[in-house]
Design a protein around this ligand. Structure first.
Ligand code: HEM
Length: 110
């Protein structure tokens, strides 16, 4: 089963637009990475300043391979993977999950 890696970003209200614009201009290279399955940038609706960068991978190894290579370039070459510009986020944490169950809508019609 797949693994889910969520980068949790604390983004002060006045930095939201900066963050979203950076993602709008993101490298777009993750789509070409081996084992990449899904990406979503999740904007908080209420009660929190936390954005979630949701990614899903075929395996832990695929995620690690992305982290060690393409991820750094996609984050503008920062040695530790962090963007070189002043970050819009005031903090971040990486959450890891294994997918234990999943469902998709049943095909309709026919
Ligand atoms: C040091 C903490 C991190 C910060 C502050 C951060 C922030 C950002 C920002 C602002 C962007 C937009 C592009 C840019 O400006 O570089 C971006 C891209 C991205 N980030 Fe992070 N990031 C961090 C680490 C991570 C980690 C650990 C993951 C793994 C889940 C991740 C997943 C992604 C993905 C998938 C993209 C899009 C890359 C592409 O389009 O190829 N980030 N990140």
């Amino acid at each position: 089963m797949s693994v889910v890696k969520i980068n949790v970003l604390n983004v002060p209200a006045e930095q939201r637009e900066v963050l979203e614009q950076r993602f709008a201009a993101r490298a777009g290279s993750v789509e070409n990475s081996d084992g990449f399955e899904w990406f979503e940038l999740l904007r908080p609706v209420e009660g929190t300043d936390t954005y979630l960068v949701y990614t899903r991978w075929r395996s832990e190894e695929d995620f690690k391979a992305w982290m060690e290579g393409p991820m750094k370039a996609a984050h503008q070459g920062g040695g530790d993977g962090a963007p070189k510009q002043k970050p819009a986020a005031s903090g971040s944490a990486l959450w890891s999950f294994e997918v234990v169950q999943q469902a998709a809508p049943k095909a309709k019609g026919a």
